[in-house]
Design a protein around this ligand. Structure first.
Ligand SMILES: [Zn+2]
Length: 600
């Protein structure tokens, strides 16, 4: 077991990235020169093209897009440097000030350039058809398709202007009010006043009585705020309904699906497939109840840690583990992942002031991605390394599509990361012989996957219920929200977890419902897409890696369903999603077997 009270040396202490590939430093004169050049170029584009885009020939449009892309790349490089530099010490005023300055300049820049998207979307269909058919546009074909997708949903320019301006004091204000009240909320626990995240963290405690008190504290805090939260939810739901009506979106989820570049039918197939397999969740929590030695599993027991035997991985072991697992799948993937170590594209040291968590920042195609993490040597950290390097390899490969098409929508953004994690997980499992350690790794993996797949879909069902109810029934009472929350959560847990009436209020702190309605299902989409691909690879590995790398290289240059098609995937087929769910069920069955072997 790792003793959490004494930090262990892992060898990651000296692993820092080198941002000089972006800029030499905060005082690099090139940075200010680039900022000014972006401004000047945006002004120049506005002067020559504003109000004239619909009349452009395909080759004139291609020239314009090329300039726009170069500008976006230059601005993206500045933004990437400012934010990556800030993550190294978020307490440092100079770093914060640089980021704020770059953010403000960036926002002015997008205002200057917004005419381009609007005019491209508003251009007559005949003009757009001619552009899209012309080889001059081929390099940006999908980007233009996506811009055009919004045509049926855009209003006139003065209307758009009014909506944007009034949103600042309308829905955005409610969103910020929600975030601020959540941030300021304090929860009483054992004589202490805790923040929401602190009190929620107590749900991971091995001490059941503490978990129970923490849950009661959350409920009490939410009850105090229920009037405010119910009002905010009702307002956001009504605002969304009027937006959808004004913009001709047929259902509450259609606008989100459009942004995710998937059609309503594909999302419906995903949801049908997942809800049909809720029994997998109940099966796992029955096992977890046995492993915890409890007669009844209550809502506050779901995150209780299982006795797991951890071990420490040094940084070198972690690197070798990930690179070897990648190499067995495809040498090309290991080669690219290796650059992150050899060329200082990764920052893994734990440092005071450094941002927590982990990410891979794609930055811009002319440079390369950077990975940030805080490596402490737990098996979890090895998985995080595998995950973020998956993103990094994906971003490096898709760079060939250029600034405007390298990025994927959220639905396919996790393709390489979750796949990379799975490769490493299977590799670690295969090498571990102690059944208790294996069981700990397996339950960790299952709970992570459930959080991404099943929990997000059950939350999507709640969102569906409240958006529909607000449209059909008018303003909703707190009790109505509670009822719909318990209904959609109980549907998933069945009789495996007892959800008390207290748990009814626990919808009211989840920020996604307010900030980005409809967002949550995309997590499940990404996770299950990758698990299904992994199942395909296990069933037939011949030629898979090459097709897979080709898919990653496409980045965001085509619709997600077209990008995965060469791998034999039909996203509208519920049977496809079942492949990913079968993997999860297999993991649960494996955990049951290991539990039996360890005497449970
Ligand atoms: Zn990720």
């Amino acid at each position: 077991m790792i003793d959490p009270s004494t930090p262990q040396l892992t060898g990651a202490e000296e692993v820092t990235w080198d941002l000089a590939d972006l800029y030499a430093g905060m005082d690099d004169p090139q940075l200010n020169m680039d900022l000014d050049a972006c401004d000047a170029e945006a002004d120049a584009l506005g002067e020559t093209h504003r109000g004239r885009i619909a009349g452009l020939t395909a080759s004139a449009l291609a020239a314009l897009i090329a300039r726009y892309e170069a500008l976006a790349e230059r601005a993206g490089k500045i933004g990437a440097f400012a934010s990556l530099n800030w993550t190294q010490d978020t307490q440092d005023a100079a770093r914060g000030a640089l980021m704020q300055r770059v953010t403000e300049r960036g926002s002015r820049l997008s205002q200057k350039l917004v005419f381009l998207d609007l005019e491209l979307a508003a251009a007559p269909d005949e003009a757009a058809a001619a552009w899209l058919a012309d080889p001059a546009i081929a390099r940006w074909h999908h980007w233009l398709e996506v811009v055009r997708m919004y045509r049926p949903h855009l209003l006139s320019e003065p209307e758009e202007k009014i909506l944007t301006e009034k949103a600042v004091t309308g829905r955005n204000a409610w969103d910020r009010f929600f975030d601020e009240t959540q941030g300021a909320a304090r929860f009483d626990l054992d004589g202490e006043k805790l923040t929401r995240d602190q009190v929620l963290n107590r749900l991971y405690s091995p001490d059941r009585a503490l978990r129970q008190r923490a849950a009661a504290s959350v409920t009490a805090g939410l009850r105090e705020a229920q009037r405010t939260n119910t009002y905010i939810f009702n307002t956001i739901l009504a605002d969304k309904a009027s937006d959808d009506r004004l913009r001709n979106y047929p259902t509450w989820i259609s606008a989100r699906n459009l942004a995710n570049e998937v059609d309503d039918r594909t999302v419906a197939a995903l949801i049908a497939a997942v809800t049909a397999r809720y029994a997998i969740v109940a099966r796992y929590y029955r096992l977890k109840r046995r492993l915890l030695g409890l007669d009844e599993l209550l809502e506050y027991d779901r995150y209780a840690p299982l006795p797991a035997a951890d071990r420490l991985y040094t940084w070198d072991e972690a690197r070798d583990t990930v690179l070897n697992a990648y190499a067995r799948f495809a040498p090309r993937m290991a080669e690219i992942a290796g650059w992150f170590f050899d060329r200082r594209w990764i920052d893994a040291a734990v440092k005071p002031g450094k941002m927590g968590g982990a990410f891979s920042a794609g930055t811009v195609p002319s440079v390369h991605p950077y990975v940030l993490m805080n490596y402490e040597g737990r098996p979890r950290d090895v998985m995080t390394l595998a995950h973020e390097l998956g993103h990094g390899v994906h971003q490096k490969l898709s760079g060939v599509q250029g600034m405007l098409q390298a990025h994927t929508p959220l639905t396919t953004a996790e393709t390489a990361s979750v796949f990379g994690e799975m490769l490493v997980f299977q590799d670690l499992m295969a090498r571990e012989t102690d059944p208790a350690v294996r069981l700990g790794m397996l339950t960790g993996k299952i709970e992570d996957s459930f959080a991404t797949a099943f929990r997000q879909i059950s939350m999507n069902r709640f969102e569906h219920a409240i958006h529909t109810a607000r449209r059909d029934e008018g303003e909703l009472a707190t009790e109505r929200f509670n009822e719909l929350w318990l209904e959609t959560q109980r549907a998933m847990f069945g009789d495996s977890v007892t959800l008390t009436e207290d748990y009814g209020l626990w919808w009211s702190y989840i920020p996604h419902f307010i900030g980005t309605p409809g967002y949550v299902y995309a997590y499940a989409f990404g996770e299950l897409l990758v698990l299904a691909l992994y199942a395909r690879y296990q069933a037939n590995s011949a030629g898979f890696a090459d097709a897979y790398i080709a898919m990653l290289t496409r980045g965001g240059a085509d619709w997600p369903h077209e990008i995965v098609k060469p791998l034999g995937v039909d996203l509208t087929d519920p049977a496809f999603w079942a492949n990913g769910l079968d993997i999860l069920e297999g993991l649960v069955a494996e955990a049951e077997t290991l539990a039996a072997a360890t005497g449970h």
